[in-house]
Design a protein around this ligand. Structure first.
Ligand SMILES: [Zn+2]
Length: 453
């Protein structure tokens, strides 16, 4: 009897709490109205003039001409600018920066000399630098130590700091040795250089590795297809794709050989990283609708050779001509003392260095409208976020940027992003970062303060 009475009392108390919670009026949601001189739609490669975008809270409420400005709304005048959706780097590594000194560009040594917590903090800084350059979605695919990438996503989602929406892969999954050739001393006890890779050498191990990454917050799965001569078979890749799908993840394959590329294509992988495909394989990838994150490195005073650049340009051209779904991607994970702006002498930011990959796209002769599509629409699809963010459409998260000039005729206009909005909050205005709204003691943006994927 006592027990039952106790239950009834709890029920009454809970009901009273729920009722009192319902009686509280919801706080008013902030409304922001953006007046866009030109509004660029990368899907169609066109721009409409004098558009109004109404943002309510985190999301876009309406887009059109002559919309009524709601009472009490904050008005942002971008009537002299081109407003467009945020940019995507579909393949980067924010938590790895190898250097000429002291490690002689040898990234094994970076893993040894820089702790995971230190690399996590550098990732947070890189995320801010990328958002400042207009990147609102970033796929971060491996070489992030022990889940610094999923932690960064979590921290940004919880409202601790500004940053793009991060699509993390967790550690890359590969066969014995991962992506490089450890000494027995490094390998045997997995104390050094691990956990950069999860080794999976059989179907059971592949299933376990995919599940582990998803358990710890991965939003995409990254496989080293052919980092070793003992490469993944078509069946191995298909298994990973099936398993990843159970957790809502798509699979990207690091591919560096023609044979590996064929396995990835035959398995119907979602994204191929790096562009070592033959022209024939470009056609197959196009036919199967496989995304390419070509990581098309330009030749600059701080990186590359003319020969490597010519190859990257030819490969990008071949993929474009074949109609492959191209994304803008960098594989950025290095730094040196030559990374200074030639005109001003100032250090280039991670954002400047990322946008500089436009050099390769321009050299490949790809029209601005198609570069813009790769940097936005294809990026949102490759990142698998298009149902909730990316395009400037009612119901989606308000992620948008603005530039002076017209990127449809001069793609270099993207080098100078003057305005950035992420999740309805202004991050940059008149070319100046103003990130106050993004810093909370948090967690304020997660249900019940508990983060789940
Ligand atoms: Zn990479």
């Amino acid at each position: 009897m006592h027990k039952r009475f106790g239950l009834v009392a709890i029920l009454v108390a809970v009901t009273a709490m729920v009722l009192s919670a319902q009686a509280q009026p919801a706080p008013p949601t902030a409304v922001t109205v953006i007046k866009a001189g030109r509004l660029l739609d990368p899907e169609t490669g066109t721009a409409a003039v004098n558009q109004v975008i109404i943002v309510e809270g985190e999301k876009i409420k309406a887009v059109g001409t002559n919309l009524q400005v709601p009472a009490g709304a904050t008005v942002i005048d971008l009537s002299k600018m081109t407003v467009m959706p945020g940019l995507v780097d579909a393949h980067t590594h924010m938590m790895l920066t190898y250097k000429e000194k002291p490690e002689n560009n040898y990234y094994y040594l970076t893993y040894v000399m820089e702790s995971s917590p230190l690399r996590a903090i550098q990732g947070a800084s890189n995320a801010i630098q990328l958002l400042n350059a207009g990147f609102t979605v970033v796929r971060d695919v491996g070489n992030g130590a022990l889940y610094t990438d999923t932690a960064l996503r979590q921290a940004i989602e919880q409202g601790w700091l500004p940053g793009p929406t991060v699509i993390p892969s967790g550690p890359m999954i590969g066969s014995t040795g991962g992506q490089y050739w450890p000494t027995p001393e490094m390998y045997k006890n997995h104390n050094i250089m691990y956990p950069e890779y999860i080794e999976a050498n059989s179907p059971d191990e592949i299933v376990r590795a995919v599940r582990e990454n998803m358990l710890f917050g991965a939003k995409t799965i990254k496989l080293c297809i052919d980092c070793k001569p003992w490469m993944y078979s078509v069946d191995d890749i298909k298994l990973a794709i099936r398993e990843a799908a159970q957790g809502g993840c798509k699979v990207e394959g690091h591919v560096q050989t023609v044979e590996g590329a064929q396995h990835a294509i035959d398995a119907g992988i979602y994204i191929i990283a790096h562009n070592y495909l033959t022209p024939e394989q470009h056609k197959q990838a196009a036919q199967k609708g496989i995304f390419l994150a070509g990581t098309d490195t330009p030749f600059t005073p701080y990186r590359g050779t003319q020969q490597a650049f010519d190859h990257a340009v030819a490969q990008l051209k071949s993929a474009y001509t074949a109609g492959v779904k191209l994304t803008f991607s960098t594989d950025f994970d290095y730094w040196n003392e030559r990374m200074k702006d030639e005109k001003t002498g100032r250090w280039m930011t991670r954002g400047d260095l990322t946008i500089n990959f436009l050099l390769t796209w321009k050299a490949a002769g790809i029209p601005p409208a198609d570069i813009l599509r790769a940097m936005t629409i294809n990026g949102y699809r490759a990142a698998d976020v298009i149902a909730e963010r990316g395009p400037i459409k009612p119901g989606l998260f308000a992620d948008l940027i603005a530039v002076h000039g017209d990127p449809l005729t001069d793609i270099d206009a993207l080098r100078n992003v003057g305005f950035v909005m992420k999740n309805g909050m202004v991050f940059k205005k008149d070319g100046v970062m103003m990130p106050e709204d993004f810093f909370h003691p948090g967690p304020v943006r997660t249900p019940n303060g508990r983060w789940t994927r």
